[in-house]
Ligand binder design. Structure first.
Ligand SMILES: NC(=O)c1ccc[n+]([C@@H]2O[C@H](COP(=O)([O-])OP(=O)(O)OC[C@H]3O[C@@H](n4cnc5c(N)ncnc54)[C@H](OP(=O)(O)O)[C@@H]3O)[C@@H](O)[C@H]2O)c1
Length: 249
């Protein structure tokens, strides 16, 4: 049975990817700080899932995830995801915050990739997808941590695609635009506060700016990630696919 390991998988897009990978017949290793409820829901739906709780920024989490994958004896797909960083003006981001989110958004995902590559090799190749953001293409005011750190991860992953391609390990990113999850409520609250308007006004302006005139659904972003994570993706690597309703074309 094919095995998928997913971080940030207890809600939003990560959970939607996990469920679709379950439907595709993968055994699932789910990580987030508390994946227990997500594991329970997926098992209730008939999918094979185990949870590995832990913060992606911490080395012990990557080591626990490696042990879980080794128990399955193979790995076919890896989703790199986590929660979004705080929204605040660039010059209000402290040095401590830059370091903390660099650990979570750059060092953590790359550490996990490094630990898992030998297992991909033993499995004859694999697929890796990171959830990034449209802000890597169109930096957004108030989103300095996301704009900067996701761009760093994206270029590191493009490098991984170049270096791991000869071994059949395909590495890509999915950049969401505005996808209706808990994160959007948080984002709207923060920007409403920053701009001194209501959350409804932020939502109205946002949807008016999207060519498709609506938020995306987590399942719509997940569908693209699942394609990139599956063997149906045979020849696409080193790419970032925007799933943004046409926002940042
Ligand atoms: N929604 C959007 O429109 C949008 C747009 C652009 C970019 N993004 C980015 O895409 C990613 C996913 O977004 P989403 O909307 O699906 O977010 P979400 O619903 O908030 O889900 C985030 C997931 O990451 C887990 N998580 C949080 N911190 C973690 C950590 N330190 N280590 C491991 N897991 C962690 C959360 O579970 P626990 O709380 O159990 O840890 C949860 O499962 C986020 O980084 C977000 O900023 C989202």
């Amino acid at each position: 049975m094919r095995v998928a390991l997913l971080t940030g998988a207890s809600s939003g897009m990560g959970f939607a990817v996990a469920r679709r990978m379950g439907e595709e017949g993968y055994s699932l290793i789910l990580n987030s700080r508390d994946p227990s409820e997500a594991v329970r829901r997926l098992e209730a739906e008939g999918y094979k899932a185990v949870g590995v709780p832990g913060d992606l920024a911490e080395p012990v989490t990557a080591e626990a995830l490696l042990r879980a994958a080794e128990r399955f004896g193979r790995l076919d797909a890896l989703l790199l995801n986590h929660g979004g960083p705080p929204v605040k003006p660039l010059l209000e981001i402290s040095e401590e915050e830059w370091r903390r989110y660099f650990e979570l958004m750059v060092v953590g995902p790359l550490r996990l990739l490094r630990l898992l590559v030998p297992l991909f090799r033993r499995s004859g190749g694999g697929r890796v997808v990171a959830i990034t953001s449209f802000t890597t293409k169109s930096p957004y005011p108030g989103a300095g941590l996301s704009n900067s750190l996701r761009a760093a991860l994206l270029n590191a992953l493009k490098t991984a695609a170049l270096e791991l391609g000869p071994e059949g390990i395909l590495v890509n990113a999915v950049a969401p635009g505005y996808i209706l999850t808990e994160r959007i409520a948080e984002w709207n609250r923060a920007h409403a506060e920053r701009e001194g308007v209501t959350e409804e006004e932020i939502a109205r302006r946002t949807t008016a700016s999207i060519p498709l005139r609506r938020y995306g659904k987590p399942e719509e972003a997940a569908e693209v990630a699942v394609f990139l994570l599956s063997p149906r993706n045979g020849y696409l690597t080193g790419q970032q696919v925007l799933v943004d309703g046409g926002l940042a074309v």
